[in-house]
Ligand binder design. Structure first.
Ligand code: NI
Ligand code: MN
Length: 229
């Protein structure tokens, strides 16, 4: 059993039997945030898909306070390591088995530089994550355009795919629906929309486009969803 708690934008808390994970904990400055970083005390791992502020978010403060290990690409780990954060670096296509299950870092079509003051620090390649939490396979796509690589995920038998639909920086509802056709998950959860004016999208229209390909679960910030194997 894995319990997803949607924190708004691309941020999730995922609870397994013995572990608590965060993905892209953008909470400070997130107008849709369901929690503050200070509310997370038992986090073991923080997964960061890329270096943009709406994903890296509160990672440094939460990891510094809780001792959580950050899982990200090598370049972001190097950046965070200099700030005293403990990290586990991975890279695109790599798989590692953590105590809670297997993790694969998947490709994403996007940028990843980190804004530090008024300059950009190179943040390596953006990614998504295939996360097995107590046997439940979750795909968090991060920020990405539609890619042919997503077709490879059909063989991974994804339980829940978490996909951006807001357009402009990422897939819009049309491309995200095509992605669902590639990935073939049981459930799809649309994210990364309506947080800012430039990424407004209609999740009901997305559900129509997905049709019978997958079950669409529209989560509002603060809602939870339990997933069984
Ligand atoms: Ni981004
Ligand atoms: Mn983003």
């Amino acid at each position: 059993m894995a319990k997803l708690h949607y924190l708004g934008h691309s941020a999730f808390e995922i609870r397994g039997r013995d572990t608590v994970l965060l993905v892209d904990p953008f909470l400070s400055g997130n107008p849709t945030a369901a929690a503050q970083g200070s509310e997370f005390n038992d986090v073991r791992y923080i997964f960061v898909t890329h270096g943009h502020g709406d994903h890296l978010g509160d990672t440094v403060s939460i990891a510094s306070r809780t001792g959580a290990t950050v899982v990200a690409n090598y370049e972001i780990c190097h950046y965070l390591g200099k700030k005293g954060v403990s990290c586990h670096a991975m890279h695109i296509g790599g798989t590692f088995t953590f105590p809670f299950g297997r993790v694969k870092m998947t490709p994403a079509l996007h940028g990843s530089d980190i804004l530090e003051g008024d300059h950009l620090v190179p943040g390596g390649a953006p990614c998504g994550f295939l996360l097995d939490v107590d046997g439940v396979r979750i795909y968090h796509a991060g920020d990405t355009g539609l890619t042919m690589d997503m077709q490879l995920l059909a063989e991974e038998k994804v339980k829940a795919a978490i996909l951006p639909i807001g357009g402009n920086f990422v897939m819009d509802i049309h491309d995200a629906a095509r992605a669902v056709g590639f990935i073939r998950p049981e459930i799809v959860i649309p994210i990364h929309y309506d947080t800012f004016p430039v990424i407004m999208a209609d999740p009901d229209a997305f559900e129509q486009l997905v049709g019978k390909t997958a079950g669409v679960k529209i989560m509002h910030s603060g809602e939870s969803l339990e997933l069984a194997v």
